[in-house]
Design a protein around this ligand. Structure first.
Ligand SMILES: *Cc1c(COP(=O)(O)O)cnc(C)c1O
Length: 561
């Protein structure tokens, strides 16, 4: 192991997925992008971290759209191209067999000169049985048994790997519950026998809690892994007496969220409102609220980065400097935006063959395609859309993958294609396939308005609207997640909906109303007022909803005990 990484104590950040770059498909969506931004921020602010994740050799998947249907292809990547194999090898016992795990070292190099190690765990070794070699292949693939095997490798294997490599870890951070078995491994490591015969085993729970931090990311039930104890006992034979930890991990199932909650001194939700909701879901625990943020340099397009470099030097280290965005002349803001928009429209044409008009506003919507995100809300009333677009034209770019097993998500993609086709006489549109980090940056910087219409309160945070803010793009969004903290009506963007009635029909009505009466008239009639809103998105949202603030808070409030 490189000495530079083990000579100082680090925070170990465990995550099932991580978005390092578009070419490394080890992520599926917001959770992985956040993990990448955490490590990128660490590199910029000199906070020593080490990330632990799975190598996911088969990638998440590459999305092809054929006749409006999503087709999934494996997205195989070669770790040797980007990472170096480490010598250390450790074993975990799964189903009574030794499964060997090796690590790849990916060095994340920040653009300000900082570096952070990322360890990608890999079971694809000659020593292992054929099926065991595939444990680290498919991100979120397979069944419950497969998932548990992956989580054994991540939590238990990851901890052993850090140890074998000589890392000195001062704190552990679990990004979601997937890695919570690391806390069990810590319990075992610090276990003591009470008497000399070794009869009474006792776990040092306070000691483990002192070392652990946990961020919960979703109030959606399917996002919380639960494993039946008989399955756990057959996978982790002779690991421990699981009847002793039911109070910690759940009586009926081994519940990864419970385990993480009980064994972490610091628990965090990803926005203020999500922390309150989590607090209600888990009475008896204290859920803190460090609201998510995005990495400034990664999520700012070239033209805006050049402007900030010139007028607000230092913004990449201290994004609060963006509060001084009024230093930048309006015409340069508009010019930087025009450049980003032209680049997106070029991409749209290259990918879809459709030529958009640069003078007509473009609305963007892209995220994981799943039911609660309601990508179809905009299409609740097709006649209304036609009516609006005839008087005040607009264009639409969409993207997003559905998890291969999410039938509703896949159906939504097909439905969106039908809707887009049926309004094509009035609204120019494109659905771009294979949403990834590169496409995300093109979209959040090249559209004019970023749309988000989730079902409240299921959007824990959401981060793509924050990325848009770095590029001067205001959001038109349902008031949920981060937008509850970021929206100042008519100043940083616009809210959709009314708390007294959260139904689809009512939300859609609000959306059309805002589009027709507020957003489109402003865009078409008052360029100066529009640019003021763009500047407010930068000065009031990007200056705050960034990864540096997030990580400085984790450092002072969670990691330093
Ligand atoms: C930012 C990002 C997401 C998450 O976006 P949300 O607004 O939080 O849903 C998902 N996928 C990719 C590729 C991203 O860049």
């Amino acid at each position: 192991m490189h000495n530079e990484f083990i000579h100082q104590q680090r925070i170990a950040y465990f995550t099932m997925e991580i978005a390092l770059k578009s070419d490394i498909p080890t992520y599926s969506g917001g959770l992985g992008v956040l993990a990448g931004d955490v490590i990128r921020a660490g590199a910029d602010i000199q906070l020593p971290l080490v990330a632990v994740s799975l190598v996911s050799r088969a990638g998440y998947f590459r999305q092809q759209i054929s006749n409006g249907r999503q087709i999934e292809h494996p997205d195989i990547w070669d770790p040797a191209r980007w990472a170096v194999p480490l010598d250390a090898k450790i074993a975990v016992n799964i189903e009574g067999r030794e499964v060997w795990v090796r690590g790849w070292l990916y060095v994340l190099k920040g653009h300000l000169g900082g570096q952070e190690p990322v360890i990608l765990l890999d079971t694809d070794l000659d020593e292992n049985r054929e099926d065991d070699r595939q444990i680290t292949h498919y991100l979120y693939g397979g069944d419950t048994v497969y998932r548990l095997k992956q989580e054994i490798v991540l939590g238990i294997g990851g901890l052993r790997m850090l140890h074998a490599l000589g890392f000195q870890i001062r704190q552990y951070h679990m990004n979601e519950g997937h890695s919570a078995l690391l806390a069990l491994e810590l319990l075992r490591r610090y276990a003591r026998f009470e008497d000399e015969e070794g009869i009474e085993l006792s776990y040092d729970i306070p000691m483990v809690r002192e070392l652990c931090n946990f961020t919960t990311h979703t109030p959606v039930e399917a996002g919380h892994d639960k494993f039946p104890y008989p399955l756990v006992e057959s996978q982790l034979r002779d690991y421990m007496d699981f009847s002793e930890i039911r109070q910690l991990a759940g009586e009926d199932y081994l519940n990864m969220t419970r385990l993480a909650l009980n064994l972490s001194e610091y628990v965090n939700g990803v926005a203020m409102s999500h922390a309150r909701i989590s607090q209600k879901m888990y009475p008896g625990y204290h859920v803190h609220a460090i609201t998510n943020g995005v990495h400034p340099h990664t999520w700012t397009c070239r033209s805006f980065a050049a402007l900030y470099d010139r007028y607000l030097p230092g913004w990449c280290h201290e994004p609060q400097l963006l509060v001084r965005v009024d230093q930048i002349p309006d015409e340069l803001i508009w010019g930087a935006h025009a450049e980003a928009k032209a680049a997106l429209l070029e991409k749209v044409e290259a990918l879809s063959g459709i030529r958009f008009d640069p003078d007509i506003p473009v609305f963007g919507f892209a995220r994981r395609m799943t039911e609660y995100k309601r990508p179809d809300l905009l299409f609740s009333d097709l006649e209304r859309i036609r009516r609006i677009a005839k008087n005040q034209p607009f264009q639409l770019v969409m993207a997003g993958k559905a998890h291969p097993k999410d039938e509703n998500g896949r159906r939504l993609i097909a439905l969106l294609h039908e809707h887009l086709a049926s309004v094509s006489d009035c609204v120019k549109s494109a659905f771009l396939s294979n949403y990834d980090m590169d496409l995300a940056l093109s979209m959040v910087s090249g559209v004019d308005v970023w749309l988000n219409t989730p079902l409240r309160p299921l959007e824990a945070s959401g981060t793509s609207g924050m990325k848009a803010a770095f590029n001067g793009i205001p959001s038109l969004s349902v008031l949920d997640g981060w937008w509850l903290e970021g929206c100042i009506e008519g100043v940083t963007g616009w809210a959709v909906g009314d708390d007294s009635d959260r139904s689809n029909g009512t939300d859609a009505g609000f959306l059309y109303e805002k589009l027709e009466k507020t957003v489109l008239p402003l865009y078409h009639d008052d360029r100066k007022a529009w640019i003021t809103i763009m500047k407010n998105a930068i000065g009031k949202n990007a200056s705050y909803f960034n990864s540096h603030r997030m990580m400085r808070r984790y450092a002072t409030e969670a990691y330093i005990r």
